[in-house]
Design a protein around this ligand. Sequence first.
Ligand code: LLP
Length: 425
Amino acid sequence: MHHFHYKDGVLHAEDVSLAHLASDVGTPFYCYSTATLERHYRVLERAFAGQNATICFAVKANSNQAVLATLARLGAGMDVVSEGELRRARAAGTPADKVIFAGVGKTREEMAYALGEGICSFNVESEPELHALSEVAESLGVTARVAIRVNPDVDAKTHAKISTGKSENKFGIPYLRAPSLYDEARKLPYLDVAGIHMHIGSQITDLAPFRDAFRLMRDLTLELRREGHAIHHLDIGGGLGVPYRGSNEVPPHPDEYAALVAASLGDLDAKLYLEPGRMIVGNAGVLVTRVVYVKAGAGKRFTIVDAAMNDLLRPTLYEAFHEVWPVSEARTSDATVLQDIVGPVCETGDYLAVERALPPFEPEELMAVMTAGAYGAVMSSTYNTRRLVPEVLVNGSAYAVVRPRPSYEEMIGLDRLPPWITPEA
Ligand code: LLP
């Protein structure tokens, strides 16, 4: 469910025409819908009503201040993985006590900063990290609240690069080693180890892997409590998938997911934390791009557009499928031709869609790459010295550029000449 629809023959984000935005902002650009963001947050919130759960949006999925502030104003907490994300979450108005700090490589500086902010909890991923956090907390004279991330060795049945809960993945500590680490952690006076964290992967479209992980989480909670550990909170991670292929891919509804959580963990009387990213913001965003050239390859049509892999990395990095919709509705009834939608970057992997049956796009035409709100702009770069793609947020009939396209001067001006090279006159 999202708010990108054809109106008067043109694809709109809520009440704003994407063609109008393209002429105002220039292409390519990301466009987000406030209504979709709010809807997804509320659907999840409603699904978990009565379960003492806090929804911490995974900032890595989309860290634009406007997106974070929209969610923070709905009451969302934030799941962050760096000091930078923590600063973004706080700048967007998220209370520190609703921030969870995850990640396998937190530095001591980052830990100190987060402790100074008074965040809710750290998800600790290894024994050395546990000791480092204990030392930093001691040096500041504060107690750090901790959940240990446990790797349940569950196959999330998703793309290998976004699967995190198998034993060969770098995340968490092995399930069987967890009890001894909790025992060790108990001896560290500046840590309050009160939780268990699991996150098994992303774009999960089947409840079965969640069921397996939650069962293990439940068993571990009971075992740790038997050993005298006060386990107050369970962080069940994120990972719920979104429909990238329309009705051909139907991920579980948040209500089904919430029912599974209630059935698996509901009697444990623990506070729950959720870390959804994609599910909130995935189909709240599109990438709008304009055709530059159309070229007939040997047996293949290439539609060359002005967006590229540096703007949306997912297709080439994960073989990800994103639907492509023409901005002009009239085109949707045209006979389709097989084509690759490619960008101007000098790499064979620079594509947005491969061998796709789409209308025969012509130069200057606009298209929207759908479901690009999560892991889109955040993973963009300036490769090939292309300007960072701008972001626009729509709200009803209003819109605002929430990250402008930098100028070439700004981009090149970030570099410095060393003293031994004098600028040429
Ligand atoms: N919590 C943790 C500890 C995570 O590692 C992640 C995502 C999330 C929550 C949020 O997961 P979500 O609800 O968004 O599935 N760039 C990849 C996805 C990487 C996901 C990394 N971790 C992509 O474009 O598919």
